[in-house]
Ligand binder design. Structure first.
Ligand code: 16G
Length: 239
């Protein structure tokens, strides 16, 4: 499989060979891959070359190193289509995952300048500040901070803890209309890393959403940190 006469670097060829095994399902997630020594012997290359290939695959999220245990095939990323305006609960259910939230905090506070502007309310007006870890099959996927104006609707802490914000909003008779959303690359900070159970500095996706009701009034502004090793966003494009 490795062609030593090819202009393609050896580490790259090894990377491709490993990726193929993962993509074809020959190596499922959580499978421990052979040791550097075994790879080096099989492919008749140096251990340095193998290490470089494995390092790249760890950085790209294909493989995960566990201290004192070995290197494993990472869990498959959840593919999220950037299409309709959906909630986390809906997204996970449609993929066959069990959605849940861990409520970090739920409080009424006053809006500071930037938040007030985005929610089109006066500064110092009351807002809900909701911090939730969003889980899929008990695995933390995202850390989400949501701001909703208090005068818009009454939110119940236990409902938010157990269920879906969008259901609460719709049950109150509002119709969610559209959102603007941005997506940026970032690295996890210490607090987020602990909450998301990832190493500090791991790759994350930073998503900001501003959602509006059919009345034209802003419903929420949301700041979400998604795990880069578990999540991937897909867009269909037509020309
Ligand atoms: C998603 C939305 C978030 C919304 C939440 C409601 C993104 C980036 N964010 O997480 O804006 O507040 O869903 O979810 O997709 P819920 O209805 O399950 O509480």
């Amino acid at each position: 499989m490795i062609d030593k006469t090819s202009p393609m670097p050896l580490y790259f060829q090894i990377e491709e060979a490993i990726k193929q095994k993962i993509d074809k399902g020959e190596w499922e997630s959580e499978t421990m891959i052979p040791s550097e020594r075994e790879f080096a012997e099989n492919y008749e290359v140096s251990r340095m070359t193998v290490r470089q290939a494995i390092n790249n695959l760890v950085n790209d999220g294909y493989l995960t190193r566990r201290k004192g245990k070995g290197t494993f095939v990472s869990a498959k990323k959840i593919e999220q289509k950037l299409l309709g305006l959906t909630s986390f609960t809906e997204d996970m259910k449609s993929r066959g995952y069990r959605p849940a939230s861990r409520l970090i905090s739920f409080q009424k506070t006053t809006a500071e300048n930037r938040v007030a502007k985005a929610l089109e309310i006066e500064e110092d007006q009351e807002i809900y500040e909701i911090k939730r870890v969003r889980l899929a099959n008990d695995i933390p996927m995202a850390f989400e901070t949501t701001y909703v104006p208090v005068d818009l609707l009454e939110l119940n802490e236990s409902h938010i803890k157990e269920g879906s914000l969008y259901s609460e909003v719709e049950n109150a008779g509002f119709v969610i209309d559209y959102a603007t959303q941005s997506l940026e690359a970032s690295i996890s900070r210490e607090a987020e890393s602990e909450i998301l159970e990832i190493t500090k500095g791991a790759a994350v996706l930073l998503i900001k959403r501003q959602t509006y009701l059919t009345t034209g009034r802003p419903l929420e502004i949301v700041h979400s940190v998604y795990r880069g090793d578990r999540y991937k966003f897909m867009i269909d494009m037509k020309r």
